[in-house]
Ligand binder design. Structure first.
Ligand code: COA
Length: 397
């Protein structure tokens, strides 16, 4: 069923009822470290002009994108995620041994299995803690933050590493001008930690949702159990991303507004209280339309889609890191992140920023520039198995 065939009322997919989960929370959850990684290789609009029938002017006016980063072979999502995680852990002053869980949000994992989270855990020298991937498209980071938050609030985890890592360039058809100009590669990581019961909450509220009726609007048709990879699927280009751009556009504007209003209400705040709004970076026109509906002034909105394009799950995290790097986040500020993506999915997180301003050294290093050499470590000998031994999980902190 196409979303366009639904009535306006049916299209209002974000539930309007107030959530109850905040009443159940126990431990406050704070973001104690953030980091990002992007490939150092840039693909400009001018370079795309030589590859497909497009123009810098069309791409800039329709999307706001000027360039995107592309991971050179053999750099994979786990390499970018690992680089981002190292930055976030260092910034948090947390060692890998302090982690109780790793969640990776991605739709471009290194392999169909094992999970990218397990590869990442091994790179960090960790054995024994839970590590899993989560596929919620460009809303993936919002989903992962909520999962981490619930585990920490309940007391079952103390410190969780959340990573969003994508190499969309691997599933984009660089002969298809409708999609290849939009996407790029990158990763972001957050360290979430429980605070003491007397502390004020960092994460204030979350809101997630999905509507699988729009699954066909953004899909990689082949390579799964429905249509396994074959010479035929490759000849037909079915291993590449396919998208109904204008349908996704309408959905995006609607859910970004609805999900943002809901998460803000759940946090006991008003839209006017938002100090920094960090939307999914897919298209500057989507961001502007959503911001206009919300009545948010331009100076409160973080935009970096011009330099990275749409990095799917990584995009909100990358924008958060840059907002912090640029000195736009101050202790006490209300930050609202919101995204939408394949599924269809959507998700928002409202938080009160608690970290002090970055040091000059952090400003320089918050976004790591990855090269093909960063993959060498993963392709070499697997790291030696440190304690705890498999099975000695650190759960129940
Ligand atoms: N360069 C030049 N022309 C292009 C082009 C390109 N890169 N891509 C598409 N066109 C053409 C189309 O073929 C069409 O030509 P036609 O009228 O002769 O058929 C024309 O431009 C208009 O296409 P249309 O799809 O209506 O453009 P649009 O204004 O809707 O913008 C998107 C297209 C994809 C940029 C926009 O719909 C969008 O951003 N959608 C959301 C995508 C998204 O966010 N995806 C990720 C979800 S997480």
């Amino acid at each position: 069923m196409s979303l366009t065939s639904l009535t306006e009322q049916e299209q209002t997919v974000v539930p309007q009822a107030e959530g109850t989960e905040d009443r159940l929370c126990t431990y406050p959850v704070h973001v104690v470290g953030i980091g990002a990684a992007v490939p150092s290789d840039r693909l400009t609009n001018q370079a795309l002009e030589t590859m497909v029938d497009t123009s810098d002017e069309w791409i800039r006016t329709r999307t706001g994108i000027r360039e995107r980063r592309i991971a050179p072979a053999p750099l994979a999502s786990s390499d970018l995620g690992f680089a981002a995680a190292r930055v976030a852990l260092e910034q948090a002053g947390v060692t890998p041994a302090d982690l109780d869980e790793i969640i990776v949000a991605t739709v471009t994992p290194d392999y169909q299995f094992p999970s990218t989270a397990c590869l990442l855990a091994a790179r960090l020298g960790l054995v024994g803690i839970p590590a899993f991937d989560l596929a919620a498209g460009c809303s993936g980071l919002m989903y992962a933050i909520e999962q981490a938050c619930q585990a920490i609030r309940s007391g079952s985890r103390r410190t969780v590493l959340v990573v969003a890592a994508e190499t969309l360039s691997r599933v984009v058809n660089f002969h298809d001008r409708r999609t290849c100009v939009l996407f790029g590669d990158g990763a972001a990581a957050l360290v979430l930690q429980r605070a003491s019961l007397q502390d004020e909450p960092g994460i204030l509220a979350t809101n997630l949702g999905s509507d699988g009726r729009g699954a066909h609007l953004l899909v990689v048709p082949a390579g799964g159990s429905r249509l396994p990879a074959s010479s035929q699927t490759i000849a037909q280009g079915l291993h590449y991303l396919q998208m109904s751009g204008s349908e996704v556009f309408k959905f995006a504007v609607r859910v970004m507004e609805e999900s943002t209003r809901l998460v803000v209400a759940r946090a006991g705040l008003r839209v006017e209280d938002i100090d920094c709004f960090i939307p999914h970076q897919a298209n500057v026109r989507i961001i502007q339309a959503a911001a206009e509906r919300l009545g948010l002034p331009a100076e409160r909105i973080m935009v970096n889609v011009d330099r990275y394009g749409n990095t799917s799950a990584a995009s909100i995290g990358l924008a958060l890191v840059e907002a912090y790097q640029q000195g736009r986040l101050h202790p006490g500020d209300v930050v609202v992140m919101t995204g939408f993506g394949t599924g269809l999915t959507w998700g928002s997180v409202a938080l009160r920023w608690t970290a002090p301003p970055p040091t000059p050294e952090q400003v320089r290093t918050l976004v790591y520039q990855a090269t093909a050499a960063d993959a060498a470590e993963a392709l070499g000998t697997p790291p030696a198995c440190p304690s705890p031994l498999p099975g000695e999980s650190k759960n129940g902190v």
